[in-house]
Every structure is written in structure tokens, then in C-alpha cells.
Write a protein of this length. Structure first.
Length: 164
């Protein structure tokens, strides 16, 4: 127990020191960690990380920024990538038209726009598929079993049609 406490204290100390470092030092540390024996790649990664750090200091959507920071607290390039992906998905979700399917996506992933978009697209496709299928006992059973999940309706319907 004492060893675990000491280990946690050391990890917390290292994290605190790392967070207190300048962006340049943090970027250099990332570059050296990724390419310990390649100065040319270290320079490339350093520049990439610094560029991403500068980008992240001026982004405007604070909610999306928090998602990126939470997912990648120690990698500016991945923060930038995540920010851009999440922001695009947030804008997409603001334009979707099927409110039932949107509610499924929001319920399943309230804090992740990228997963909302993925879920929305999958659920909408499954809803359209189920709407195109002829009315049958298998279709009614699938709808009864999963009234709020079109993907599971489709799966259940397809399994019943295959006789499983």
C-alpha cells in the first residue's frame, strides 16, 4: 500500500511538472520521445506540435476544445486533429433533419459529436432500410423488441429472415 502511494505521488509530481513546462519544452519532449535517435524527425515533430499548440490557443469553440484537451492532454497535434474532427461533427449534427434519430445519437453520446455523427448516420440508414422492408411478422417483432433503436431493429429483422 505504501509503495502504491509513493508511486502515485511520483506520477502526480511528474504530471504537475510536465503541465508547468513551457509549450516549447513540452513539444521538444514529445519529439524526443517519439524519435529518440532521429534529430531530423524530432525537428519535424517539434514544429508540428508547436504549430498545433498555437492553433489550439486561438480556437473559438470552448466546448469542443475541452473534448480535445480531455482526450489528448499531452499531444497538441492530436488535440488539433480531434478539435477539427469534433467541430465538423458538431456542425453536421446541427444540420440533421431526423429528430428521432438525432435523439438516439444524443442519448448514446451526449459529449462526443464525432460519435453522435457516426451513430446518427448508422441509425438513419437502418431506419430507412426498415421503412423499405415489407410489413411482416419479423419486422413487427423487431420493432416491438427495439422501438428506439433502428440498428437493432435491422439486425433482428435480418436475423429472423435468415432463420436464426
Amino acid at each position: 500500500m505504501k509503495i502504491l502511494a509513493i508511486g502515485l505521488l511520483m506520477a502526480l509530481t511528474i504530471a504537475t511538472i510536465a503541465l508547468g513546462q513551457s509549450p516549447e519544452v513540452r513539444c521538444r519532449t514529445i519529439a524526443e520521445r517519439e524519435y529518440p535517435n532521429d534529430p531530423q524527425m524530432q525537428k519535424f515533430i517539434f514544429n508540428q506540435q508547436m504549430s498545433a499548440y498555437c492553433y489550439m490557443t486561438v480556437v473559438t469553440d470552448k466546448e469542443v476544445k475541452q473534448i480535445a484537451l480531455r482526450e489528448y492532454p499531452e499531444d497538441f497535434s492530436m488535440q488539433k486533429f480531434t478539435y477539427d474532427q469534433q467541430l465538423a461533427a458538431k456542425h453536421y449534427m446541427a444540420t440533421v433533419t431526423d429528430s428521432q434519430v438525432k435523439q438516439i445519437a444524443l442519448r448514446e453520446y451526449p459529449n462526443d459529436y464525432l460519435m453522435q455523427k457516426f451513430t446518427y448516420d448508422q441509425q438513419l440508414s437502418a431506419k430507412q432500410y426498415m421503412a423499405a422492408m415489407p410489413d411482416s411478422a419479423a419486422k413487427q417483432q423487431a420493432i416491438r423488441e427495439y422501438p428506439h433503436d433502428y440498428l437493432m431493429q435491422k439486425f433482428t429483422y435480418d436475423q429472423a429472415r435468415r432463420g436464426r
